[in-house]
Write a protein that binds this ligand. Structure first.
Ligand code: 3PG
Length: 400
């Protein structure tokens, strides 16, 4: 983007593909981290006199307008953060978008409605995606890719559109790639990875890569119960992905052979039912050993001994990557495991990277100072796929 700015952008229509996919409670944004992350790029362009058109997806609407997924709240928030009026187009490439973009003066910013209200955005059909990319291209003279959270998606606005316009990487993408490179090239050791979240199937590919890279991998969250079951323990009514057990067993064996420490919870908090998130009624959890989980109870967080164990495994790390909460942190009874890992990252002398929408949101909503972490990535799936060594369509499209 510095190259673009030095060439001069005054009067040019610049399309910024951002990731404004923020968590919403109705129309209230519960974590605006992703919007704040794109402000430097939008501000630099607007200050240089560009007519900035910001576009993003939000959620997973089904290729047609759906008010529950409107970007209007994100547009309002972007305006507050910029301290400027931001125009909002009620469609993405229709009359409202054309008129809104045509009405921009130099230095003004508009947001167009959710890209995924258009079937062409996510289509698997190249021609359908291409046709939508043509419509998007008509809105702009230049493309800036800055939606790091979406670079792993081969979508029209991420992959096809940059091929149709002069294209540049924004500040956020440049920062994210710079940081994640430190985890893939010449990583400083000990390199400790904490992985949580609900589904082990989402993490298999990254675990596969990390078994050859990391010194220790700490497992928590809902996915830990598939690991415990693979070790032969009973896990009551906990979240379990039976079909993943063979793969997990293979990883446990590989870790043992390769000397990578794959560390599982030694105790867990259990309750009879998933907590009521809205009422925040007490969950009344019990702490049980990981090898003695009672039938009919589900594990909802790592236990106190595991918190201590994981903190000790993180204490001497030179590099840490953390993705995925350790428990159902949105409920106060099950937030301690996630808090303990966040605190251990803060206490660690090493370079700490928090990756993933949920863990980044956890850090912020649990009251931690995000500036104290080495880096909080805006990418969940994107940062994992980067670490898996995959070619990411949204980065490849900017590389030439
Ligand atoms: C994310 O939340 O990880 C990104 O915004 C991508 O969203 P998606 O998984 O719906 O493509």
């Amino acid at each position: 983007i510095d190259e673009l700015l030095s060439e001069g952008v005054a009067g040019k229509r610049v399309f910024v593909r951002a990731d404004l996919n923020v968590p919403l409670d109705g129309t209230a944004i519960t974590d605006d981290g992703r919007i704040r992350a794109v402000v430097p790029t939008v501000k630099a362009l607007a200050d240089a006199g560009a007519r900035v058109v910001v576009a993003s997806h939000l959620g997973r609407p089904k290729g047609a307008p759906d008010p529950a997924f409107s970007l209007a709240p994100a547009a309002t928030r972007l305006g507050e953060l910029l301290g400027a009026d931001v125009a909002f187009a009620t469609d993405t490439v229709g009359e409202s978008a054309s008129a809104t973009v045509a009405g921009l003066a130099d230095g003004e910013v508009a947001v167009v409605e959710n890209l995924r209200f258009n079937a062409g955005e996510t289509s698997k059909d190249d021609a359908e995606r291409g046709a939508f990319a043509d419509q998007l291209a008509a809105l702009a003279d230049v493309y800036v890719g800055d939606g790091f959270g979406a670079v792993h998606r081969r979508h029209a606005s991420v992959f096809d559109l940059p091929a149709r316009l002069p294209h540049y990487a924004g500040y956020l993408i440049a920062t994210e790639v710079g940081v994640l490179r430190k985890l893939t090239d010449d990583v400083k050791r000990p390199y400790v990875v904490a992985l949580g979240g609900a589904k082990v199937s989402d993490k298999l590919a990254v675990i596969d890569q990390l078994l050859g890279k990391a010194d220790r991998i700490l497992i928590g969250g809902g996915m830990a119960y598939t690991f415990l079951k693979a070790k032969g323990y009973e896990v009551g009514s906990s979240l379990l992905q039976e079909d993943q057990i063979p793969a997990v067993q293979e990883y446990l064996e590989r870790a043992e052979k390769s000397g990578v420490e794959l560390v599982l919870p030694v105790d867990t908090l259990v309750a009879g039912a998933f907590p009521d998130m809205k009422a925040k009624a007490p969950g009344n959890p019990e702490t049980v050993a990981a090898d003695a989980m009672p039938a009919g109870k589900m594990g909802l967080d790592i236990g106190p001994e595991t918190r201590k164990l994981y903190a000790s495994k993180l204490a001497d790390a030179a590099t840490v990557f953390w993705n995925g909460p350790m428990g159902v942190f949105e409920h106060p009874d099950y937030a301690e495991g996630t808090k303990a890992v966040a605190q251990a990252l803060l206490d660690s002398p090493g370079f700490t990277v928090v990756g993933g929408g949920d863990s980044a949101a956890a850090v912020r909503t649990l009251g931690f100072d995000e500036q104290a972490f080495g880096h909080i990535s805006t990418g969940g799936g994107a940062s994992l796929e980067y670490l898996e060594g995959k070619t990411l369509p949204g980065l490849a499209a900017l590389e030439d």
